[in-house]
Write a protein that binds this ligand. Structure first.
Ligand SMILES: Nc1ncnc2c1ncn2[C@@H]1O[C@H](COP(=O)(O)OP(=O)(O)O)[C@@H](O)[C@H]1O
Ligand SMILES: [Mg+2]
Length: 291
């Protein structure tokens, strides 16, 4: 889908001016972002940037302390992850909620198993589960030899793919993937990126979280950069290059590090403190200017 179509429609989900505090730590400052049907929105940032905290607001884990969460253009309060799921927001966390010793199809249906009546009992309907699982995986272009094999025998990329297919099957409109490629090699990461493209082609809105610009750039339609809980802004694919995204991520960090260095020097030497503090403020202004 072109950016133009995506931005003219009402977003599936959106935050407006969201802030989040953990005690005295402010994990998010005034974050606005959105995702539309049929687009991949990449949330970029280094460790500790606030990426997981932000998506936990979308997925009903944390309420925002300030600002609004909107679903289909309406302001909402999600009381729990179940509320988010019921609104069609599915989140796949890095540490997948899967049981390694159970089969692929068992894991596919975990918590929502099809059953059949056998005498007085209801039993897990293995053949129905296998058929649905195989069909759904095939629709996503995933071929797994045997849906009866334990999930623990799959590669990391295949496990992510099963989780994506499961979310799609159970009616997700928004798919949130928290660092799905972080632990994967290049080839496996490529496989996951392909399934993200499949989900987009099926009309889902995808939020793809990563700290790797090289994973995000080929697949993303828009990019939001987080740094220490603040947004550097949101960029359309055609308005930014891969190199610019890389340097924005790296540059922000270097400037912050320089600012801290100057503050430290200032506190160790009273004579040069005013000059150093001023320099630290200038660096901070430079960071804001880059946003
Ligand atoms: N439940 C929590 N309690 C306290 N601090 C938290 C909690 N979750 C996250 N944080 C803090 O919020 C900041 C952002 O964390 P996080 O959202 O996990 O970043 P990211 O996913 O970008 O690596 C970090 O400083 C982290 O320590
Ligand atoms: Mg995280």
């Amino acid at each position: 889908m072109s950016d133009h179509d995506a931005t003219s429609a009402t977003p599936l989900i959106e935050t407006r001016g969201v802030s989040k505090y953990f005690g005295r730590v402010q994990a998010l400052h005034d974050i606005s972002m959105s995702v539309h049907a049929g687009e991949v929105m990449c949330l970029l940032g280094d460790n500790g940037a606030g990426k997981s905290t932000l998506i936990k607001i979308f997925s009903g884990v944390h309420p925002p302390d300030e600002g609004q969460l909107l679903i289909d253009g309406r302001s909402v309060r999600l009381g729990s992850p179940r509320d988010a799921l019921q609104s069609g927001i599915a989140t796949v966390y890095q540490d997948l909620a899967m049981i390694p010793l159970l089969s692929v199809s068992r894991n596919f249906f975990l918590g929502a198993e099809p059953t059949k009546k056998v005498g007085p009992f209801r039993r897990f309907d293995v053949s129905t589960a296998d058929t649905i699982t195989r069909d759904e995986l095939r629709k996503m272009g995933i071929s797994i030899r045997d849906t009866g094999q334990p999930v623990g025998t799959l590669s990391g990329g295949e496990r992510q793919s099963v989780a994506i297919a499961r979310a799609v099957y159970f009616g997700a409109r928004v798919l949130i993937l928290d660092e799905p490629t972080a632990a994967l090699g290049v080839k496996e990461a490529g496989v996951v990126l392909r399934y993200i493209a499949q989900a987009r082609a099926r009309g889902l809105g995808v939020i793809f979280i990563t700290h790797n610009v090289h994973h995000a750039f080929p697949i993303g339609d828009r990019f939001t950069l987080l740094n220490r809980g603040r947004s550097y802004g949101t960029f359309d694919k055609d308005a930014v290059t891969r190199e610019e995204l890389v340097s924005m991520m790296a540059g922000g960090e270097e400037l912050e590090a320089l600012g801290h260095e100057l503050e430290e020097i200032a506190s160790s030497d009273a004579r040069i403190a005013p000059a150093m503090r001023q320099a630290a403020r200038d660096v901070a202004t430079g960071i804001d200017g880059a946003r």
